[in-house]
Design a protein around this ligand. Sequence first.
Ligand code: KG4
Ligand code: ZN
Length: 342
Amino acid sequence: MKILGIETSCDETGASVIEDGVKILSNIVASSQPIHIKTGGIIPEIAAREQIKLILPVIESALKKEGLKIENVDALAVTSGPGLVGSLLVGLETAKTLAHVFNKPIIPVNHLLGHVYTNWITKSKIKNQNLPEFPAIVLIVSGGHTELLLMTDHGQYEWLGATRDDAAGECFDKCARLLKLGYPGGPAIAVAAAKLKIQNAKFKIKLPRPMLKSDDFDFSFSGLKTAVLREIERQSITHNPKLITYLAHEIQEAITDVLVAKTLRAVKKYKVKSVLLSGGVAANDRLREKFLDTCYSLPTTKFFAPPKNLCTDNAAGIAACAFFNFSPLPWPELRALSSLTL
Ligand code: KG4
Ligand code: ZN
């Protein structure tokens, strides 16, 4: 079964064709990020207007790459939320129109679950390949969410915890802004942190690891951001590149320490077979490295992280999720589905 996925929840416009939920046939992502770099963050109205310009060319190139016609796909899958209302509306209305004109079923997909299902995508469709097994602990770390789930089957989730304030990606973004490292903050902090050894940057500053030892599966990152602000106020940081490098490294260590520790707690409690990392922050090398090291010491638990290009927003996970949770909406409900009702 070939599913055409469409994703427009934020500043990326994605279209992808996935076969049987695992094999990637095409994956096109266009981004309006260069515009948002100038403003240091996303202005929703501008992101939505860019989605309108990009959506049809992106869908066309996703189909063209495999010499496909929309008539040949079996279903459409589209992100129905959460996300920026104006951006979501563009994808939803496009998908609804295409489904109506070409008489295709349409499956609305939760954006966060789309991130999770990038862990099922491979380049081939080999039987018995190394796919995640249940039960699994799922950590979703994106710009707006930090969620820990227990997944016992496709469509079966138990919500274990989440951030009580800022998301992990949001913390990266806000700290990068404080350090004037640019947007998006996650990759900018990772690049700055990597210079630690070259610059031999050593300072006696230890940032907090919020809620590291709390007896639950919740997270909190706003205090970390405030601690960074206090350090910036205390030191004349703009004149000290070594201090910026050191703080970037310490921010990355603090965020990744907490994410790994809380996930490990859940892995041990629920004795799961797989750990699935997903969302934009999953592209962070240090986080992946710490997870690999940790799971190495757990012989019965396998660690999964999507390829880095599938960590940030894309439509491939949306199509994969739709395959494993195939539940097309009937037309009356579909017609009523709009990002304004989400
Ligand atoms: O999942 P995503 O593309 O969009 C949302 O659904 O929010 O995640 C975007 C977030 C941003 O906060 C960005 O700074 C972060 O993912 N991010 C990273 C890295 N690449 C993207 N954070 C840390 N390290 C990275 N390499
Ligand atoms: Zn996302």
